[in-house]
Write a protein that binds this ligand. Sequence first.
Ligand code: NDP
Ligand code: 8X3
Length: 254
Amino acid sequence: MAQIALVTGATSGIGEACARIFAEQKFNLIITGRRTQRLEKLSDELKTAYGVEVKALTLDVRDCSQVQDQLNSLNESWKKVDVLVNNAGLSQGLEPIQNGSFQDWDTMIDTNIKGLLYVTKVVSAWMIDQMSGHIVNLGSIAGKETYANGNVYCATKHAVDSLNKAMRIDLLPYNIRVTGIHPGAVETEFSEVRFKGDKERAKKVYQGFDPLTARDIAETIWFAVSRPAHVNISDLLIMPTAQATAGNIKKMTE
Ligand code: NDP
Ligand code: 8X3
């Protein structure tokens, strides 16, 4: 029987790359995100290319009832999830704390922390029942360091780092592996979302050096997931070669 991976935030970037790599590995997939058309397009593509089954769920991870209703209404066979990739997340704004927006703060906290918790609560219960599973949490270099104007985004990713450790302790009796993945700069739609659609500003973030790609991170996640059952990769920090710390990137123009 094929294994099942559930990937949150599969409509773009790292989540989409994870969905592709798991499909290549013949996992059946539950893919989620708010943009239905993108989910349907990806679902059709993966089914055709790899002959896997794909369940696409339009889901806002901030909505606790929606998360519970959508996931709990899946058929029992879809609840046998082997791998959960808690990837859905975002940054909004890059301002000193005194200029921050309440709305941006709520969006980041509700998505990156509370959304991850809502999904984890439902799926970890299934994993506990089957006494197996692997949860991969997308943290960030922003969860290992705090950088200028990153304040609340950094705080949410520090929370993910802490929850990653907490899950490893609490789920220990149930044979569930828990892995934290912490990338530096990955060129995705992340900066476009952070800068609220300002494509020019977003493009500049990745200019003058080779950033990581979503595929680089998906391959690393697959490496962690494909280790033998007795091996758990607890925590990985992955940076572009040109990046030493969050704020220290060697650009070719410098
Ligand atoms: P993208 O913006 O390309 O992808 C983000 C994904 O998250 C989208 O699929 C989006 O789907 C989903 N998402 C956002 N908000 C919600 C929501 N409320 N409900 C459901 N899904 C949501 O960015 P990345 O691929 O780069 O980001 C993926 C993860 O990696 C995030 O957690 C991010 O913090 C983290 N990360 C990114 C880094 C980078 O440099 N890019 C570095 C370190 C970590 P939709 O809009 O359809 O809902
Ligand atoms: C995304 C990477 O450095 O923009 O988490 O915070 S960074």
